[in-house]
Design a protein around this ligand. Structure first.
Ligand SMILES: NC(=O)c1ccc[n+]([C@@H]2O[C@H](COP(=O)([O-])OP(=O)(O)OC[C@H]3O[C@@H](n4cnc5c(N)ncnc54)[C@H](OP(=O)(O)O)[C@@H]3O)[C@@H](O)[C@H]2O)c1
Length: 239
């Protein structure tokens, strides 16, 4: 499906999976707006996206700023939510509950706030696509909080698909993807992790952001997709 003239708003759209999705949507004719907290990230994204792309620096951890953003943006067709800060993997014995609660902030509560603020502005035929991860189904030690966030986002997706219909609501569930999310690791550790993770997968490698972006576009453009959690993990869940 062509996205010509459709307004696609991508929260977290300045980097990694969100940026690749913005570029792919713009490539199909969409008018894209990318949003993230760091003005330099927004500028960098806009310098690469086609002319006409718009961007805003907004810290999405503040629900009042999310409401103001959608009041200012006006009508849109598709909302994509990929904002997330690097996650720490913490064994239960070391887990501070306040820190665990804080991790839910951006990935879950801000996604919820964004849906609430955006939904009244979404045009007929529009959609919302959230982001989860395979940790909900294939967690490892230390993944209690990350896996719980993924489970919560998936339950939220299914509920919103029912409650907000006819707006379609879906989520992409990526496995390991080579993106700036892992930039906090040393180059050696990161490449070793990608190599070892990749070797354990049926696909033989970790994913690329452009591959996952095609998943978001397929959900945005598939008029029969709602309540769908689309797994793109190189086979991690069946290995
Ligand atoms: N990469 C993977 O292997 C993988 C696997 C499974 C799931 N995921 C999930 O996919 C999503 C996207 O990940 P990614 O790999 O694309 O990460 P990424 O490249 O680090 O992108 C994250 C985006 O979130 C924005 N962001 C962070 N804090 C923000 C805030 N307070 N307000 C607004 N924007 C904020 C960042 O921009 P600013 O810094 O400018 O704010 C950036 O645009 C995340 O939820 C991640 O957990 C990723």
């Amino acid at each position: 499906m062509d996205l010509k003239g459709a307004h696609v708003v991508l929260l977290g759209g300045t980097s990694g999976i969100g940026f690749a999705t913005a570029a792919a949507a713009a490539g199909r004719g969409a008018d894209v707006t990318v949003v993230s907290s760091n003005p330099a990230s927004v500028e960098r994204a806009l310098s690469t996206l086609p002319d006409g792309a718009r961007g805003q620096a907004v810290d999405l951890s503040d629900p009042a700023r999310i409401r103001a953003l959608f009041d200012e943006l006006g009508e849109l067709d598709h909302l994509v939510y990929t904002a997330g800060e690097p996650l720490a993997l913490i064994p239960i014995a070391d887990l501070d509950v306040d820190r665990a609660r804080a991790f839910f902030g951006l990935r879950y509560f801000s996604a919820l706030a964004a849906v609430r603020a955006a939904a009244p502005h979404i045009r007929e035929g529009g959609s919302i696509t959230l982001t989860t991860g395979t940790a909900s189904q294939r967690p490892g030690p230390g993944w209690a909080v990350a896996a719980s966030i993924c489970g919560a986002v998936e339950a939220l997706t299914r509920t919103l698909a029912v409650e907000l219909a006819p707006i379609r609501v879906n989520a992409v569930q990526p496995g390991f993807v080579r993106s700036p999310l892992w930039a906090g690791m040393s180059d050696d550790d990161r490449e070793r992790m990608f190599r070892e993770m990749g070797a354990s997968l049926p696909a033989g490698r970790v994913g690329e952001v452009e591959e996952v972006a095609e998943g978001y576009l397929s959900l945005i453009t598939q008029p029969f997709a709602t309540g769908t959690i689309l797994t793109l993990d190189g086979g991690a869940l069946v290995a």
